[in-house]
Structure formats: C-alpha cells, structure tokens
Ligand binder design. Sequence first.
Ligand code: OGA
Ligand code: MN
Length: 275
Amino acid sequence: MSSIVTEKLSEAVGVEVLDVDVDRLLNDDDLPGATLELLEEYGVVLFRELCADDDTQAAFSGKLGELAQFPLYPNPNVMEISFDPDNPNAEYFASNDYWHLDGFMDEVPAKASILSAHVVSEEGGETEFASTYAAYDNLSAEQKEQYEDLRVIHSFETIQRLTYPDPTPEQLAVWARRGVREHPLVWKHESGRRSLVFGAMASHIVGMDIDEGRALLHDLQERATAPDRVLRHTWSVGDMVIWDNTGLLHRACAFDRSKPRRMHRSTVVGHESIK
Ligand code: OGA
Ligand code: MN
C-alpha cells in the first residue's frame, strides 16, 4: 500500500494518521490492517477532520471486525452519544464522565470503539484515554505478584450511582437487569500482554474487605490516570478517534449539557473474554 504518515499524540498514548481522507478510508485495502496494528501499539488512532458520514464510518469500522448493533438508532451500526431528550440512552451517558471501558457487562468486552464528532461543545467535552497496559507494566514486581489472582466485581449500578446517588426503585430495577460481572484484575491477553481491569464500574474485590478493596481499586485508577499518563483529545467536527477498548480506559470531560454535543459511535465486538 501507499505508506501512511503518523505522528505520536502524547508520550503515553495515541497516534494520529496524517494523510487519510474519506476516499482513502473507504478504498485503501491496507488501511484496516495498518489501523489495527497502530491500535495495538498506541491504543488510540486519530483521523482528524475526516467528516465521515454514518455509512462511511460503518463501512470502515466493519473492516476492523464485526460490528455491535444498536437497534434503537436510525443506522443500527452507529449509536448516537448525546443528551438530546429524544436520545433513548441519554440518561446513561452522564456516566461516560467516569473512567470506563465499553461493554464491561458483556461476557466479551468490545475490542474497539470508533467515535466521530458531529457536533462539538464550545467548552469542555474532550475525551480522555489512559492505558491499562501501562497500569500493569508500572506495578512493582511485588505488586504484580500480590494482584495476580485478585478478582473484581463490576456492575452497571456501580457506575450509574456516581451520577444518580439516590436512585429511584425503577432505576435500580433497570440497572439490576444488567446483572453483575466478575473479572480478574489482571487480564492476561492472548497476545501475551497484561493489563488491569478496573474503573468506575468496578465495585469491590472478591474476598477482600469492601473498603480495603475499594481503596486499592481507587489507588490503581489514580495512578493509571495521572495527568501525565492521559491523552486528552479536544474535538473538532469530523474527527474520528478509534481506541483499543481492551487496553485503555476512557471518559468524557465535563461540558454544558444544555448545549448540543453529538458523537457517533460504532463498536467492534470483542473476541477475547477477560481471563
Ligand atoms: C462512548 C464514550 C465519551 C465521549 O461513546 O463510549 O464513552 O466523550 N464517549 O463522548
Ligand atoms: Mn464509553
């Protein structure tokens, strides 16, 4: 293929591909494979100001793997992330402000997410990314040994409570339907790499005093998401950002929710359960 030109976005995470437009996105047969390699190495891949429409986004995303379906949206390959009152998931998106990975309640979490900016906020509304591979790699040898066999309980309720600390019985019932997941703290990927699985959806550590477990999870997250380890992307309309959902946490930064901001997300389903 014609080669691609890239530039690192930060010391910790992320790379920009400089010479891609919609035509190349759709027609360069080597680009999907190259993108997957960049994702593995850098965690986040940015195509700036592409202005891809939903069909274009879905066509490219579909070359990275099988796409999750979102039947509530006009194009079921693409979920709209916004606080518009007619967005059927608006209530839940408020918790995107807390560090999370997508599909943490699924047996197999998403492999990658692709987010395009359609309407951006004037202030705030950036998206931040932090590597959970680095979170593992930066542990001491002693910590690696201590945490090797820990298991963590995750739930939708845990992350939603951060937004709604006094939930109604209806909210609790809806959240409870999403169930509870137990994952190992240390994810031993098929590639041989290791990452930590934590974030705002992590409730507590199995077999450990609840407060002690929470303190450990909090501490791991604080270290992994220290400002110098985080990539903060400030959106322009048309930017497309792809991230490796298996080795990164992400979150939205605060913005005025009474003003419009609309992102379109496609999701490549995972093929590797957390083990
Ligand atoms: C998501 C998400 C963050 C944002 O779409 O999964 O977390 O900045 N979005 O909108
Ligand atoms: Mn998300």
